[in-house]
Ligand binder design. Structure first.
Ligand SMILES: NC(=O)c1ccc[n+]([C@@H]2O[C@H](COP(=O)([O-])OP(=O)(O)OC[C@H]3O[C@@H](n4cnc5c(N)ncnc54)[C@H](O)[C@@H]3O)[C@@H](O)[C@H]2O)c1
Length: 377
């Protein structure tokens, strides 16, 4: 593998953004990228001053993504990869602009704001074989999640029969909502043009469904969803309960919510097969519980004895905790390795196929909830 660093540009993630610093740390974690260009805010003054504060050459702190794509494309040392961490409504158009310049993409989720955008973006990615695409469904990058995926693939728990998962949060900040404080608390998450087809499903549900697909290896075939909105005045949807018929006869239940008071330990998944089950909880990320239908319960620990796959995605020895940032960085690391080498090794990082599947799932859930019926995907 060449030892060069990839030149990285960033769109979004400005001062006070939620996910910006996570991407910047993830890009530095394994010394595989160097941040050389960016647009960090819609406000060009703020963007440029923030870019300079990160040590970026002022000539490469741009006012908007379009200018950045055009100007970078003319440079001899142009960026290799752009990371997109703006709100969902702009993921598609920004990615497409850079794909046209043969620049690889790392994008935060959701893949796109709605199914129409997702189909267009997928087509665009497939139309250019010079670029690769990674989607930061970061929960799938925890070492013990990858261990779980591998064990399921090897048939450790048999044929999958049930997948139960939840991703719940409490966005209330301990407050009661009214139309005035809602604007402050939820900001762009209230605006369908920015957040997309569904707030709860694009922001949380896309991660949950991705995780279920990732570990079980199964896609949903049909859904029956019940989605509610915050109030008559606050139209943001905030809770979804979904019955799922997966491929190969498996059944699933998914609960995702922004409205569970005190619901802060909210990402967990249980997968049941003909030979046993497994359970993973994000707040105990270093462990995977394996329950055979016969015999003793086993707790596998990251990087330890029987958890060999997880070792490949760990940096710190077992017995010491790793967490969110480490997992997020696994996506950046593996993506860089796949760009810098000609390896044909199977990648674990989430890609455009998984992105399009989550968009199809979310779209079907919205139709199902409206029509109160099962909807095929
Ligand atoms: N993977 C995860 O765990 C995770 C966690 C939180 C958020 N997210 C995702 O990250 C994205 C951003 O979420 P956030 O919570 O950080 O939002 P945010 O509102 O906190 O930050 C968004 C940033 O993008 C900038 N921005 C918006 N439009 C822009 C544009 N056209 N050009 C340049 N900059 C622009 C804003 O100025 C702001 O700095 C969303 O898609 C969200 O779903 C992912």
């Amino acid at each position: 593998m060449k030892s060069k660093k990839l030149k990285l540009g960033i769109i979004g993630g400005g001062p006070n953004s939620w996910i910006g610093h996570v991407h910047r740390i993830a890009a530095r974690f394994d010394d595989k990228y160097i941040l050389v260009a960016g647009v960090f805010s819609r406000n060009s003054k703020k963007s440029i001053s923030f870019g300079k504060s990160l040590g970026i050459d002022p000539q490469r702190c741009y006012s908007n993504y379009s200018e950045m794509a055009d100007k970078e494309n003319k440079l001899r040392n142009k960026i290799d990869v752009v990371s997109i961490m703006t709100p969902p409504g702009s993921h598609q158009k920004i990615a497409e602009k850079f794909i046209d310049k043969n620049i690889h993409i790392i994008s935060d989720k959701p893949f796109a704001a709605n199914l129409r955008q997702a189909k267009s973006l997928f087509k665009k990615i497939k139309s250019n074989n010079k670029i690769k695409y990674a989607l930061t469904h970061n929960y799938s990058a925890y070492p013990m999640v990858r261990e779980a995926k591998t064990l399921v693939g090897k048939g450790k728990i048999g044929k999958i029969e049930y997948v139960n998962f939840e991703y719940i949060q409490d966005w209330s900040d301990g407050k009661k909502f009214n139309s005035i404080n809602a604007k402050k608390l939820f900001d762009w998450k209230l605006d369908p043009k920015i957040v997309g087809i569904s707030t709860v499903l694009n922001e949380l549900g896309s991660h949950g469904y991705h995780l279920a697909m990732y570990i079980s290896g199964l896609k949903a075939k049909k859904v029956f969803a019940d989605i509610s909105q915050t109030s008559k005045k606050i139209k943001m949807d905030n809770n979804a309960q979904i019955l799922i018929e997966f491929e190969k006869g498996a059944k699933g239940m998914f609960w995702t919510s922004t409205n569970t008071k005190g619901g802060v330990y909210g990402l967990r998944i249980r997968v049941f097969g003909t030979k046993g089950s497994m359970e993973w909880i994000q707040n105990e990320p270093g462990y995977l519980r394996l329950n055979p239908s016969k015999g003793a319960v086993k707790i596998l620990e990251r990087g330890f004895h029987d958890a060999k796959v997880s070792k490949n995605f760990s940096r710190i020895k077992y017995g010491h905790p790793e967490g969110y940032l480490d997992a997020f960085s696994n996506i950046y690391k593996e993506f860089a390795e796949s760009l810098l080498s000609n390896r044909s090794k199977k990648n674990f990082y989430p890609n455009e196929y998984e992105g399009l599947e989550t968009a199809k799932f979310i779209n079907a859930c919205k139709i199902s909830s409206k029509n109160k019926s099962w909807v095929k995907i």
